[in-house]
Design a protein around this ligand. Structure first.
Ligand code: MRU
Length: 361
């Protein structure tokens, strides 16, 4: 079994990957503890992987899908008797409950379910589900590299310029290289990047704890800013593109992504800064007509009431903590996937690249 901590394309720096498959276990870099502690957790059960997804040990839509696929492969290794198929199906159902918004989770589980349906024995299930999980992982890295190429072809700005990003969409959030941060990496490799402004991304601080750490490690110029500084930064004119990832893109081009993305899109349109969404086709959900139907995860209010365990608000106050929002397609200049770029996204352009509705998990 290949060790996917290393790239199948060794010439490219994929960044700091957060998941490593070892054939009989999945190692996950505990992203709750970054940037101060680099602790790896070793998982050998689907239930353990599901808990890690729910608790945000591993996060980011593509990384969630890849981890879940490995979780199913681990479940296949654990079956005990002639009920192997129902045992694996039950593990798939458990994994499906780990987080609701990123469709990559359901996409990966749907693909694993189809493979399982074609297996005639437990031994065959172990082999084929493992092979499929590894393929999902490798395809994600390849998609990220392809998306960066497509994105650079779209960005016609002369000279070096700055971009602003939100959340973490890098190697940590994917199989490697990143989606929006993959584009940033490629701009840097091409000598076209002046600076990345990274929103800190309240309340979980994916921007300050993960994006700033990941970019600084690879010597990519990054400046951290509070989320509320984004308007002033865009007004200054140095930023030519806001580049973000996605957790789910619907048939009309609406995009669910980390809370705060929608307000950034409104700001970008007001300041005439272009707005790019970068995501693999595993994030596209053609079964949903619009973003109104996307389940939006709400997390524990303590994520707002405390910072790293320290209370920062009055005790017992009510807190509203939706962790994703929906950006309407009309505010998006371009969606980039590994299949190509969709400018001014809408139903016709999305169907052209992705076909009509496909079955959801
Ligand atoms: O709650 P998270 O950290 O899983 O949210 C992650 C995001 O919103 C990312 O922008 C998205 O998953 C794209 S990651 C390539």
């Amino acid at each position: 079994m290949p060790d996917l901590s290393m790239s199948s394309q060794p010439s490219r720096n994929l960044g700091t990957v957060a998941l490593k498959w070892h054939g009989d276990r999945l190692d996950l870099l505990d992203q709750r503890q970054l940037p101060h502690h680099e602790n790896w957790l070793s998982l050998d059960t689907a239930e353990g992987v599901g808990r890690c997804i729910g608790d945000m040990v591993v996060r980011g839509a593509p990384a969630i899908g890849i981890s879940a696929a490995y979780g199913v492969a681990l479940a296949a290794r654990q079956v005990t008797d002639e009920h192997w198929q129902s045992q694996i199906r039950s593990a798939i159902e458990t994994l499906a409950k780990s987080r609701p918004t990123a469709v990559n989770l359901f996409w990966a589980l749907s693909r694993m379910t189809s493979v399982l349906a074609g297996c005639d024995s437990a031994a065959e299930a172990v082999a084929r589900l493992t092979e499929t999980a590894v393929a999902i992982h490798q395809e994600d890295v390849a998609a990220n590299l392809a998306m960066a190429d497509h994105a650079l072809a779209v960005m016609d700005d002369p000279g070096r310029f700055s971009v602003l990003t939100h959340c973490n969409t890098g190697a940590l959030a994917t199989g490697g290289y990143g989606t929006a941060l993959g584009v940033v990496r490629r701009l840097h490799e091409a000598g076209r990047l002046h600076n990345v402004f990274a929103d800190e991304t309240r309340p979980w601080l994916q921007g300050s704890r993960l994006t700033a750490w990941e970019l600084a490690r690879d010597n990519i110029p990054v400046t951290l800013n509070s989320d509320s500084a984004a308007a002033s930064i865009l007004r200054q004119g140095e930023v030519k593109w806001v580049i973000v990832g996605a957790d789910r893109i619907t048939a009309n081009g609406d995009v669910a992504n980390k809370i705060g993305t929608y307000s950034l899109a409104v700001l970008a349109r007001y300041h005439r800064v272009r707005f790019m969404v970068v995501a693999p086709s595993s994030t596209v959900d053609m079964a949903l007509a619009s973003g109104d139907h996307i389940p939006i995860e709400e997390r524990d209010g303590r994520e707002l009431l405390e910072v790293q365990g320290t209370p920062v608000a009055p005790r017992d106050i009510k807190a509203y903590n939706p962790v994703f929002d929906v950006t309407p397609a009309s505010l998006i200049d371009v969606i980039v996937t590994e299949r190509g770029a969709v400018s001014a996204p809408g139903v016709a352009a999305m169907e052209h690249l992705f076909g009509a509705s496909r079955k959801a998990f």
